[in-house]
Ligand binder design. Structure first.
Ligand SMILES: Cc1cc2nc3c(=O)[nH]c(=O)nc-3n(C[C@H](O)[C@H](O)[C@H](O)COP(=O)(O)OP(=O)(O)OC[C@H]3O[C@@H](n4cnc5c(N)ncnc54)[C@H](O)[C@@H]3O)c2cc1C
Length: 384
């Protein structure tokens, strides 16, 4: 094994185990899950049994106590399973819905939600986005009203990954109508079988078909006092803090799938003969491939270096935003160009290039759009 700045021999052992699991248990099913528009719940359970849902969580809660690069390895290898929705579902479980529980939860909340989520026994979703609050999270209107012994919640959430089958939601709701903007919001842990929690529909998407995405309504939903996660009124700040790690994970996962897709295009271009020679022998194509490989390598390096800093306790918001911006843009560009290199065959449903192309598009929107990443970068650069 070549020496790596970021990956130890333990990481490489983990990579081999995850790859083996992906090839044996996920790849053979991936096409069927795409058709069925859902990967089954047993994938969470199996990942939990193997310890993969808790790699980066402390051992006392059933996790592996590993560094951030253990999650990087997991996401890079899962990305090769042939059904990218699996990555998204798992990323929400391990990187979005549960880290706030570790950071801000009481011991009871950790035992009730985090431990079974790490085991794959409970599926988690994260409820931030609303029809009128997408990029502008300050506009969240779902309201949790304090009542005797708990809270009564009304409102709705949209585009919720895992929302169709989750056992619990990490929910961001307004708790103080007087306070505008980012103030006056709180996080709650909500069991999805609570009366008044209504999954209204599973949404059809362009890509990532095997991941379920739902719209959810809260209709006079009463939750107990201890459903509050962390300090009342600090919800926005707490959830945004925790989402930073997730943005990096998105970047490394899409780069991994783009690398696979670029290789498929190279293999195709070596075989495909037009005008009497393999199309890769045209400098226009070979140089384009060289550019794409260079851009991917640059994006990956930024993601890794930023992950390294993040893992050491730094909070490099600007670089995380840069890594997500460039990683998702380059990954989409690579899959688009790979499809171009494969011509009409690339556009056919029987070839994988179209799937990668469809799957990549959302990465420039979900978890913060390109434009919002630029806004964070510009702000942290002090440009305004
Ligand atoms: C498949 C999928 C899964 C998702 N999963 C989840 C989930 O699990 N949980 C969850 O809470 N959310 C989830 N989301 C929501 C996602 O985070 C939002 O879609 C995203 O934040 C953008 O919000 P929006 O779609 O409302 O777009 P809008 O905010 O309406 O933006 C529309 C366009 O305007 C641009 N724009 C907005 N404001 C500005 C500005 N100030 N300057 C320049 N441009 C601007 C945006 O960049 C975008 O191009 C998911 C979305 C999708 C599609």
């Amino acid at each position: 094994m070549a020496e790596s700045l970021f990956f130890t021999e333990e990481h490489e052992m983990l990579r081999r185990s995850v790859r083996d699991f992906v090839n044996k248990e996920l790849v053979p099913n991936a096409d069927a899950w795409e058709e069925e528009r859902l990967f089954p719940d047993w994938v969470f359970q199996r990942l939990g049994e193997l310890g993969y849902l808790g790699l980066h969580f402390p051992e006392e809660y059933g996790g592996g106590g590993g560094d951030y690069f253990t999650n990087v390895v997991l996401m890079e290898e899962l990305a090769k399973c042939g059904s990218f929705g699996v990555n998204t579902g798992v990323a929400v479980q391990i990187g979005m819905a549960t880290p706030p529980i570790l950071a801000f939860g009481t011991e009871e909340q950790k035992q009730k939600y985090l431990v079974p989520a790490i085991k794959g026994e409970k599926i988690a979703c994260l409820g931030i986005t609303e029809p009128e609050a997408g990029s502008d999270v300050s506009n969240v209107k779902t309201f949790a009203e304090r009542i005797d012994g708990g809270w009564k919640v009304n409102g709705n959430k949209i585009f919720i990954t895992n929302g169709y089958r989750a056992d619990f939601m990490t929910l961001l709701a307004r708790t103080d109508k007087e306070k505008k903007g980012y103030k006056g919001m709180s996080i709650f842990l909500v069991d999805t079988d609570t009366p008044g929690y209504v999954v209204s529909r599973k949404l059809d998407k362009v890509g990532q078909w095997s991941s379920d995405t739902a719209e959810i309504f809260f209709e006079d939903m009463v939750i107990p006092e201890d459903a509050l996660l962390g300090e009342e009124g600090r919800g926005f700040y707490n959830i945004m803090w925790e989402l930073q790690g997730e943005r990096l994970i998105v970047a490394v996962a899409v780069i991994a799938i783009a690398e696979v897709t670029l290789q498929q295009a190279i293999d195709y271009a070596k075989e495909r003969v037009q005008f009497g020679k393999p199309i890769i022998k045209n400098q226009a194509i070979a140089h384009r491939v060289a550019d794409l490989a260079t851009e991917l390598e640059a994006a990956k390096s930024l993601a890794y270096i930023t992950a390294w800093r993040y893992d050491r306790g730094e909070y490099p918001v600007k670089e995380i935003s840069m890594a997500k911006l460039i990683g998702t843009r380059v990954a989409f560009q690579v899959t688009d160009e790979a499809l171009q290199i494969m011509g009409g065959y690339g556009y056919m449903m029987e070839y994988p290039a179209q799937k990668a192309w469809r799957d990549m598009r959302i990465a420039r929107i979900g978890g913060g759009t390109d434009e919002i990443m630029r806004e964070i970068i510009a702000t942290t650069m002090g440009l305004y």
